[in-house]
Design a protein. Structure first.
Length: 238
């Protein structure tokens, strides 16, 4: 008895293809005509089976304070040639710390397609809640650079891109300039030249003469009587 291995082999091969398609979560089209495979079209849908599509990600702001009170962290995502940012599944887009595909993180919001850097390549603008992003860096001591990744799904494949944001200290307010304290009464100034007074000097007082001063004029004594002359008394007697 002759064995008919041809049709059996064909059917077995078709079954293997179908099993492979199911294992990879894809759809398959199989056509048989006269015991031979006429057409087979396997469409694999296995994001983890292929390397991620490299995306260019630009995060704003480029520096972040852990105490900042803004609303959003913004990301601009560009894809390489052959991929359309319009095909990105926005619900799959996440931001996380690290350089790999995000297994969890902050979800994207408010998508908008444009060309923010005017390079002729369309980009997808998405925003992330700032408070949730800051929670990712709770253990970071500033100042320090931190790598963030943005990843998601595009046409059944995973894309990922990274950017570095610098975590900085809060701004320190400058100290106010205060006037120097007033000098207490009677204090001597030590800084700067002494001011020149415009007041004329007081005249030196003239000493007051006293009776004991040698410059006083003495009263002259009466002349002495000539020798041998008798004094005449008022009565005329000698």
């Amino acid at each position: 008895m002759k064995r008919r291995d041809g049709p059996v082999a064909i059917v077995a091969g078709a079954v293997l293809f179908l099993l492979a398609a199911v294992a990879f979560g894809s759809g398959a089209e199989l056509g048989l005509s006269g015991g031979t495979i006429q057409q087979i079209d396997l469409r694999f849908d296995c994001p983890g089976c292929l390397d991620p599509v490299g995306a260019q990600v630009d995060l704003k702001p480029e520096s972040l304070q852990k105490r900042s009170s803004g609303s959003w962290i913004t990301a601009f995502v560009e894809l390489p040639d052959g991929y359309d940012v319009g095909g990105i599944d926005v619900k799959s887009v996440l931001l996380c710390r690290g350089a790999g595909v995000c297994g969890g993180g902050v979800p994207a919001r408010q998508p908008k397609i444009g060309d923010a850097d005017h390079d002729g390549i369309p980009d997808l603008k998405v925003q992330f809640d700032r408070a949730q992003v800051i929670a990712l860096i709770a253990d970071v001591t500033p100042p320090q650079p931190v790598t963030f990744a943005v990843s998601g799904q595009i046409d059944g494949r995973t894309f990922v891109g990274t950017d570095i944001v610098r975590i900085v200290d809060p701004e320190i307010a400058p100290e106010p300039i205060l006037d120097p304290p007033a000098e207490p009464p009677g204090a001597t100034l030590t800084a700067g030249p002494s001011p020149t007074s415009s007041t004329e000097p007081s005249p030196t007082p003239t000493p007051t003469p006293t009776e004991s001063t040698s410059s006083t004029t003495a009263t002259p004594s009466p002349p002495a009587s000539p020798s041998g002359d008798a004094s005449v008394s008022p009565s005329g007697e000698a």
